[in-house]
Design a protein around this ligand. Structure first.
Ligand code: UDP
Length: 385
């Protein structure tokens, strides 16, 4: 395994020579610091998996990202259609202007399509956030991340646990690098300053350490009326105790609430649409408790020093639980009960978490990945185009 920090880039990458393929909100967030490190060497390709103003447009602007090439016809399709349509268009783009390296992040359909397109043309492939495993084969994301790890030439593991998962699958040691997670630097850079955060909390009518911030969007919590009802019932229970609950709602969750006629459970909850990244971080920074099924929030809570109840049955990110920031709790009465317990001992918990370092690294992951990408782009990969 490559140890950190790596040497500086062996050469300067040519303009637009590194294709960064992405398609969803979390990919924009976590690739932003790496795209900045790559500078004019980065060229963005957005598959359009999440393509609207609230989930992509304002993230591109707010994170200072360059205008991407946008693929067409991908959003809203079933999984195989998204992958196939993205793959065909990526292949055409790479044939026309061959990148020196392709970068993908995480476990989305865009990640898999980008990886397959690079592999098909023998272009060196970098996987950011390699080695996450939920060991839950019912999750499409688990299949995406396993397949991408097995074709990637550089596996950027955020933690030693992630690296161990890769070794357990017999992936070559020289393909693995322990880099840390880029989430550390993106949170530090995007968190609004204290005055802006005070204004934000005032605008939402909440006091520091005095509210719950919730996000829910995973299929396991939104695809059936029973699952979504179970989560919303618990959020309603928290709100009934007098603790305000802020709930920036994902479009998928909004559609499910309407489909299953569950609006009645939202009467006491402060529901908004999805908020911008800086606003979300500002609110998360002062929440007494986070309740979420998001992958990114499981990492962000460790940088912000806030407690999180993860509304899921399994997680590919055990680090936040192991470090004491988070607990895994399936939807159901246990969620409201644990929330009440954690809110009751909130001052002690917040003090302890403020003094606990994030398990996700030192804020230099994107610099390491950019340097390793520059070296990789000089190396032939063993796949015939
Ligand atoms: N997020 C945001 N606004 C919101 C809700 C979430 O900016 O209203 C951010 C959150 O901080 C995290 C990312 O979106 O960085 C998570 O995206 P999502 O939950 O869609 O995906 P996941 O992380 O589960 O893959």
């Amino acid at each position: 395994m490559t140890t950190c920090p790596p040497p500086p880039p062996a050469r300067t990458l040519a303009p637009a020579s590194v294709a960064v393929v992405l398609g969803t909100r979390p990919e924009l967030v976590k690739l932003a610091p790496l795209i900045h490190e790559l500078g004019d060497a980065a060229r963005l390709v957005h598959t359009g998996q999440h393509w609207d103003e609230t989930m992509s447009g304002r993230f591109l602007r707010d994170l200072g990202l360059p205008r991407p090439q946008l693929l067409t016809g991908v959003g809203g399709r079933p999984r195989a259609g998204q992958i196939a349509l993205s793959l065909g268009q990526l292949d055409a783009a790479f044939a026309e202007d061959r990148p020196a390296a392709v970068v993908v992040q995480g476990d989305t359909n865009a990640t898999l399509a980008g990886a397959l397109a690079a592999n098909a043309r023998g272009i060196p492939l970098v996987h950011v956030e390699a080695g996450l495993r939920s060991f839950d084969r019912a999750m499409p994301e688990e299949h995406n991340r396993v397949m991408v790890d097995h074709v990637a030439d550089l596996l950027c593991a955020a933690t030693t646990g992630n690296a161990a998962n890769l070794r357990a699958e017999s992936l070559d040691e020289e393909r693995i690098a322990l880099t840390g997670n880029t989430v550390v630097e993106v949170v530090r850079r995007q968190l609004p300053d204290a005055d802006a955060r005070a204004a934000l909390l005032a605008a939402h009518g909440v006091a520091p350490d005095g509210y719950v911030l919730a996000t829910v969007h995973r299929p396991e919590n939104t695809d059936t009326a029973g699952a979504l009802r179970a989560v919303l019932t618990e959020l309603d229970r928290i709100a009934r105790t007098g603790t305000p609950v802020l709930f920036p709602m994902h479009p998928r969750t909004r559609a499910a609430v309407e489909r299953f006629a569950l609006d009645g459970l939202l009467a006491r909850i402060a529901v908004t649409g999805p908020v911008g990244y800086a606003e979300f971080l500002g609110l998360a920074r002062h929440a007494a408790l986070l309740v979420s099924d998001s992958g990114g929030v499981q990492e962000e809570c460790t940088v912000l020093g806030r407690p999180l109840l993860v509304v899921r049955r399994s997680t590919e990110r055990p680090e936040a639980v192991e470090a004491g920031f988070a607990a895994l709790v399936p939807p159901g009465p246990g969620l409201g009960d644990l929330a009440a317990d954690w809110l009751a001992d909130s001052p002690e918990r917040l003090a302890r978490l403020a003094a606990t370092p994030s398990p996700y690294g030192d804020g230099l992951a994107s610099a390491r990945i950019a340097a390793l990408t520059a070296r990789l782009s000089e190396r032939p990969v063993p796949v015939a185009a």
